[in-house]
Ligand binder design. Structure first.
Ligand code: NAD
Length: 416
């Protein structure tokens, strides 16, 4: 059972579901089934370290719901991975695929490890070992993993190779976010940010914010760094950026391309020349129009929410705002574009990757972006419509739409 702490991710995920249960008159028999993942696997992965000693790493795969299609969700390598977090992320995936109406369910995986402390060989061993642990539970028509925090296309390539060795056949659709040479999709590597940009673009118009609005980005990894680059190109002014080691700020604007080169060289955004250096926590309270949390869950809590000055928050990270903090943001009239919409660009292009793998026929970057933008703009409008219909916030509206879709699929399968 998840503990009752405000920062327990799965408790928070269940509270978000509970919040809309009565609004949509969700049947008790469906609600009961949505209180836990359909399946949850724990694996212990032995890895021979470079010093010759075996070390055991714990990993998980949570399959939350597959009523709308095969389970789908990334794999996180992080020292703070835990059972509750993986379960919460798997539930959010089920709502996300439903919110943007792609025919997939929700899952998530994770390994408790700091991959930055492993050599390349150890990381490959761990990735292959994790796949050996979960391979019987996954498959291109069953459950399809992808990258998440501290995992990337190279790791997906190793995992796919291990899966294909174990099963003796080519099946690139078993995992997404792969390198292009082995069945990856054009635009996948920046699709989370690109999808986030499309919905941000509409939110900005709805709010009447100007195109040179100021932005702070928390987290400078796959999601955050690409978002910062896309926004800068579109004319927005990036004035603060953070990663796990620090925050840098400059009211005159930060050159994101140069910052990326600095991070590549030094391992962090900290100490980027010409910027003020602040602690990692200071990114959130910056004087900006738009705030992009793109790091981990529970970043904005009841302890720091009062310091938020942004008018618009676009949740590129999963679960960055606790339910208590969310209430405060509502009262402060800050528009929050919720994670299950804002960061759905990643899973949407993962879905495109699966489709391309299934047909062995590949699309151009332009084709991928056209299809992605349509899904993101349409989904924003559908959620906005629900927001107005129910006179509520965007998160509640997105949950209403998503849970209704999952519930309908469960009913149509006779699972109620
Ligand atoms: P990543 O590993 O590429 O980057 C994570 C970044 O967060 C790093 O820059 C790290 O330094 C930073 N970070 C960690 N702790 C921090 C802290 N306390 N303060 C500030 N920064 C901190 O991971 P990612 O793939 O960019 O994922 C980021 C978030 O986006 C996660 O919540 C993830 O679940 C979500 N997400 C990612 C994808 C995707 O396709 N990659 C898709 C949907 C959602």
């Amino acid at each position: 059972m998840p503990n009752k702490s405000n920062h327990d991710p799965f408790s928070n995920a269940l509270r978000q579901l509970a919040n809309i249960k009565d609004i949509i008159k969700l049947e008790e028999n469906i609600y009961t089934q949505l209180q836990a993942p359909q399946k949850f696997l724990e694996v212990n992965i032995p890895v021979k370290m470079d010093d010759g000693k075996i070390k055991i790493f714990k990993g998980y795969r949570s399959q939350f719901n597959d009523a709308r299609g095969p389970f789908k969700g990334g794999i996180r390598f992080h020292p703070d991975v835990n059972e509750s977090e993986v379960k919460a992320l798997s539930a959010w995936m089920a709502w996300k695929t439903a919110a943007v109406n792609i025919p997939l369910g929700g899952a998530k995986g994770g390994v408790i490890v700091d991959p930055r402390e492993l050599s390349d060989r150890e990381l490959e061993e761990l990735s292959r070992g994790y796949m050996r642990g979960i391979y019987k539970l996954i498959g291109s028509a069953v459950d399809v993993p992808a990258p998440d925090v501290y995992t990337d296309p190279r790791i997906m390539g190793w995992m796919m190779d291990e899966y294909e060795k174990l099963t003796g056949q080519h099946d690139p659709g078993v995992i997404t976010g792969k390198p292009l040479s082995i069945g990856g999709s054009e635009a996948r590597y920046y699709s989370t940010a690109q999808g986030g940009f499309y919905v941000l673009d509409v939110a900005v118009k709805k709010m009447g914010l100007s195109k040179n609005a100021t932005v702070a980005v928390q987290g400078f990894g796959n999601a955050g760094a690409h978002m910062a680059k896309i926004l800068q190109k579109a004319g927005y002014k990036i004035v603060a950026v953070s990663d796990s080691k620090g925050t840098i700020a400059n009211v005159m604007g930060i050159d994101v391309e140069k910052l990326e080169a600095h991070k590549k060289k030094t391992g962090s955004v900290a100490h980027y020349p010409g910027c003020e250096d602040l602690g990692a926590k200071h990114c959130l309270g910056q004087e900006v129009d738009i705030l992009i949390p793109a790091a981990l869950e529970n970043s904005i809590t009841s302890e720091n929410v009062e310091a938020i000055k942004a008018k618009l928050i676009v949740e590129l990270a999963n679960g960055p705002i606790t339910p208590e903090a969310d209430e405060v943001l509502k009262k402060k009239n800050i528009l929050v574009v919720p994670d299950i919409l804002a960061n759905a660009g990643g899973v949407t292009v993962s879905y495109f990757e699966q489709v391309q793998n299934a047909y062995s026929y590949y699309w151009t970057e332009k084709e991928v972006l056209e299809k992605l933008s349509k899904i993101m703009y349409d989904s924003f409008e559908q959620i906005w419509k629900k927001k107005e219909e129910y006179l509520t916030d965007m998160r509640t509206a997105a949950y209403i739409l998503a849970v209704e879709r999952v519930a309908q699929a469960m009913k149509d399968r006779g699972r109620a």
